[in-house]
Structure formats: structure tokens, C-alpha cells
Design a protein. Structure first.
Ligand code: FES
Length: 143
């Protein structure tokens, strides 16, 4: 392969990688944490929301092997958190988080960070869970 053709191919490859990263902002901006389950509570640390600059993230996604779907926790203010099951209410597809909203990859439903339907075909809000803050721990009530 000629040097010029090689450089052109590599350049196109780099552009492809750059373009794909631009179309996946939700993936790069989402932190996944493993929650601790004790009884009916799923617990995470408030510090799980802190980034390397000590700023608070808008949300984290909580996983645990015992959960069928992950739970996204939005930090609405210092003491106000919203925990939502990432299960689309249309046909049960796992949702994806993009900034302040959730999207369904199956048929395009969108939900707000409080679980309300923004765009159908889903017509029912997301299941939400109470969040109790105890010192630096957030306890999500799964009952
Ligand atoms: S399963 Fe989510 S919109 Fe259909």
C-alpha cells in the first residue's frame, strides 16, 4: 500500500471513531455504580455523584445483580433525588439516559428526569422509588 493511501485510510478511521463518540454522549457521561442491597433498601453513597473536579453529576445509574433493570438516580437538588426504574412502560425495553431524560431504543419513547412521559408510544410514567438521605448515604426504597 502506498504511503498516501495508508495515511488516507488511517485518517478516515480516526474520523469514524471521532464521529461515533460524538453521537454517543449518553454513554460517555453516565457513571455506573453498584448498589448495596440490605432488606428492601438499595444504598449508594452521595459521593458517587462527585466527579474528579468535585462537581456533582446530574445522575448515576445503579446496578446490582439482584435487579432485573438498573435504576437511574437523578440529583435534582442537594436533598432531592429521584430514583427511576430504567424499564420502558411501553413494552419493557431497558432505557438509556441522555442528560436529563431517558430514551427507549426500541420505539423512541422519552421520559423526563421525574419519570413523566415526554414522547410516546409509552403512555404511563416510569416506576419510581422513594430516596431517603441518611448522612452521606442514599437509600432507595425498593418495597
Ligand atoms: S418498548 Fe419502549 S417505546 Fe416501545
Amino acid at each position: 500500500m502506498e504511503r498516501r493511501a495508508f495515511v488516507r485510510k488511517c485518517g478516515m478511521g480516526c474520523l469514524g471513531v471521532l464521529a461515533s463518540s460524538m453521537f454517543l454522549p449518553g454513554c460517555s457521561g453516565t457513571r455506573y455504580v453498584t448498589g448495596n442491597i440490605q432488606g428492601s433498601f438499595l444504598s449508594i453513597k452521595e459521593d458517587d455523584f462527585l466527579n474528579e473536579d468535585h462537581d456533582y453529576l446530574k445522575h448515576v445509574v445503579v446496578q446490582n445483580d439482584a435487579l432485573q433493570y438498573p435504576i437511574v438516580v437523578f440529583r435534582l437538588s442537594t436533598d432531592n433525588y429521584k430514583a427511576l426504574l430504567m424499564k420502558c412502560t411501553h413494552q419493557g425495553t431497558e432505557l438509556q439516559v441522555f442528560g436529563d431524560r431517558l430514551q427507549c431504543p426500541a420505539h423512541g419513547s422519552e421520559f423526563t428526569n421525574t419519570g413523566s412521559v415526554q414522547n410516546g408510544p409509552a403512555d404511563t410514567e416510569l416506576r419510581s422509588f422513594p430516596v431517603i438521605k441518611e448522612l452521606k448515604t442514599l437509600k432507595i426504597d425498593l418495597s
